[in-house]
Write a protein that binds this ligand. Structure first.
Ligand code: SF4
Length: 220
């Protein structure tokens, strides 16, 4: 018999369990001082289909050269692509970033809008990056659902969804707003290191008592 699912207790156990592991890239970069909405958005674009182990050094290399929309516009597409070397689709991401920088300067006086609808109106900015950047940089209540968050909450049986977009909608209804940013901060490293895609570490998992282990056929 499982105890009633208590999200506060589950998240506090996860907070302790992930302590030995590196923070998720965006949170790590925030702590290193790359905390503006523009920097967070740029790093999130770098992180698309790219491991944190690459996202962090590529972001640091780029920010050593340019940190603001005005500084990005000094770069040629070729130079920006070169700086993005190592992440996936560097030329496509360079094109996206320069488009964002140009529009910020032309339409928003150099400051990205802190509003989800306006932010997602930028070409190449989806709900995942908009919410993550807004949550980390501005402290706004926002949930970003990546593959880890999507997998973990489905395994718990907390949601029953097929796509991350559906997961976002359900989590926005079920999770109290003060916990929205914690969902990303905690479940990204938890999904990466403990509730892994293959062979999750269920036998030592601190939230096994609350987890339905939906779809888990083999585990460590
Ligand atoms: S018990 Fe297993 S499936 Fe459930 S959260 Fe822990 S590692 Fe993931």
């Amino acid at each position: 018999m499982k105890p009633d699912f208590d999200l506060n207790v589950v998240l506090s156990r996860i907070e302790e369990a992930i302590e030995p592991y590196p923070k998720a890239a965006m949170f790590e970069l925030y702590e290193r001082g790359y905390s503006s909405l523009f920097e967070q958005l740029i790093s999130c674009i770098i992180s698309i289909r790219t491991l944190d182990e690459t996202t962090i050094p590529v972001s640091l290399r780029l920010f050593a050269v340019a940190r603001t929309p005005a500084e990005f516009l000094i770069l040629t597409p070729e130079r920006l692509t070169e700086l993005l070397h190592g992440c996936t689709y560097p030329d496509q991401k360079a094109y996206t970033m320069l488009g964002i920088a140009r529009r910020v300067m032309e339409e928003f006086s150099g400051q990205l809008p802190t509003n989800f609808e306006q932010l997602t109106s930028f070409k190449g900015v989806g709900p995942k990056c908009a919410n993550l950047a807004l949550g980390v940089a501005t402290g706004q209540a926002a949930i970003s659902v990546d593959v880890h968050v999507h997998r973990v909450v489905n395994r718990w049986g907390y949601v029953q969804t097929r796509q991350p977009e559906q997961t976002l909608k359900v989590l926005e209804q079920q999770v109290p707003q003060p916990l929205w940013t914690d969902i990303n901060r905690l479940l990204m490293p938890f999904g990466k290191h403990i509730c892994t895609g293959n062979l999750p570490h269920c036998s030592t998992c601190p939230v096994l008592a609350w987890c339905e282990q939906v779809g888990v056929t083999k585990h460590r």
